[in-house]
Design a protein around this ligand. Sequence first.
Ligand code: THU
Length: 137
Amino acid sequence: MTNEELCTLAVKAMENAYVPYSGYKVGAALLTKSGKIYTGCNIENASYSPTVCAERTAIFKAVSEGEREFLKIAVSGGKNGEIAGEFPPCGVCRQVMAEFCGADFEILVVKGENSFMKYKFSEILPFSFNPKHIKKV
Ligand code: THU
């Protein structure tokens, strides 16, 4: 799976976005260390705050299937499904990434047709609060 292919899957995942309120369609494609791919889209809600982002949909789908180790995620988004530049992960999604993803986890942010920016998790959420800060019982 190349980075370009993962980005293409993120763009494809935008198709299922449920966005009657914002009109912003977002798609994500997550590659696990075991080589599987989980896609996700954003799902909005009339009560607004229950809205879930594409990245978290993909991560939660994967975790619910027993996956906990991830290599990279591609993300794309735009108004009415038209990509007009980067649509980077929100802070809540970065915090969810902090739970499961290491410093080297890669985030591919689609910019346009056949173009994306690549970031390491440590760049987009430095000094994260993560499981290392919690003493487990
Ligand atoms: N959204 C995502 O799906 N991922 C992000 O990381 C940023 C925001 C969604 C939430 C909402 O449905 C729409 O984009 C506009 O904020």
